[in-house]
Design a binder for this molecule. Structure first.
Ligand SMILES: NC(=O)c1ccc[n+]([C@@H]2O[C@H](COP(=O)([O-])OP(=O)(O)OC[C@H]3O[C@@H](n4cnc5c(N)ncnc54)[C@H](OP(=O)(O)O)[C@@H]3O)[C@@H](O)[C@H]2O)c1
Length: 287
């Protein structure tokens, strides 16, 4: 496993297990297999509703806490009872610290390794980021960051004069949607970028993995098309999170460090770019 260094000196595994939509027995078997295969980074969010199940599954792996890297995320409704983006209506219910404490207690840990703002909600960005900064500055979490912050959201963040810049930005990145400008901007601001939904979602995943160029390269390197995509991601010095409900695919998705793509193979995969983003769960083209 390779690692990535954050701006505050914290070291993160380059490859982690995503847990979006995973629940109950499936989550447990996937996490157990992942731990056996050498995953140590696990990504969840209060929004996923599986922090408790992940915490339980991690205990069954018998991996000591210090060997794990646990990421969770703050969602707007964790602290606001009601939020309406258009009318800027919001009723604050809890503090960021309450929300973080609740996440840690569901996970069964004293603290998370990385706490992310799950998205940018402009009217409450300042309050939410200040709360996350406070957690970091008081030593309650090892690193902080954001998710889904494209260039407009990074600019909004800049306008609130952050005391601490995010160390990580989780951004969608697939061969169909490189997200290059947002990745470059994040890097200029000192953030390490982790690619999310690297294999797309639903029918897009099927279509992507059936692409002739990926099939050809997969047979050239003796790997699956999914591994080729994940290798294409990490060869761009990005971290990557992937998720599967099938244990054999989870195993595959970490076996990425004993083969390499040539410059020509990287370029051929990059030609699949068509601005097709799937991160919202609804397939849409970003104009
Ligand atoms: N911060 C954010 O807002 C954000 C947004 C998106 C994602 N994430 C994080 O990133 C993680 C990964 O993203 P994701 O879950 O959207 O999608 P993903 O990892 O790109 O997986 C998409 C689909 O690919 C299939 N798959 C996985 N490995 C495969 C393999 N080796 N061969 C063939 N198919 C394979 C899976 O289907 P099967 O289950 O049927 O195998 C899965 O449904 C998430 O779980 C989450 O932790 C964060």
């Amino acid at each position: 496993m390779e690692h990535l260094l954050l701006s505050n000196g914290v070291v993160m595994p380059q490859v982690g297990l995503g847990t979006y939509t995973l629940k109950d027995q499936t989550l447990e078997s996937v996490v157990l297999r992942a731990a056996e295969d050498g995953y140590s980074m696990f990504d969840t969010a209060s929004r996923y509703g599986n922090e408790e199940a992940l915490g339980h599954a991690l205990k069954t792996t018998l991996l000591p806490r210090e060997k794990l890297f646990i990421t969770t995320k703050l969602y707007v409704l964790d602290i606001y009872r009601f939020y309406h983006p258009r009318y800027h209506i919001m009723w604050r219910n809890k503090t960021v610290e309450d929300a973080y404490d609740n996440s840690c207690s569901r996970l069964g840990v004293a603290q998370a390794d990385l706490y992310l703002l799950h998205a940018c909600w402009p009217p409450v960005l300042k309050k939410m980021w200040r709360g996350i900064e406070d957690l970091y500055l008081s030593g309650r979490v090892r690193a902080i960051g954001v998710a889904n912050f494209g260039i407009p959201q990074l600019e909004l963040l800049n306008q609130i004069n952050p005391r601490v810049m995010p160390m990580v930005n989780q951004l969608e990145c697939t061969p169909y949607f490189h997200n290059r400008p947002a990745i470059e901007k994040s890097r200029q601001l000192g953030m390490q970028v982790y690619a999310t939904s690297p294999l797309g979602r639903g029918l897009v995943t099927e279509q992507l993995l059936a692409e002739p160029v990926l099939q050809t390269i997969a047979s050239q390197v003796g790997r699956s098309p999914a591994q080729v995509v994940l290798r294409w991601v990490i060869q761009q010095r990005l971290g990557v999170l992937s998720r599967s409900k099938k244990t054999e695919k989870v195993s595959q998705n970490i076996q990425l460090f004993d083969f390499c793509l040539t410059k020509e193979q990287m370029q051929a995969i990059s030609k699949l770019e068509c601005n097709l983003s799937t991160s919202s769960g609804i397939v849409h083209y970003v104009p």
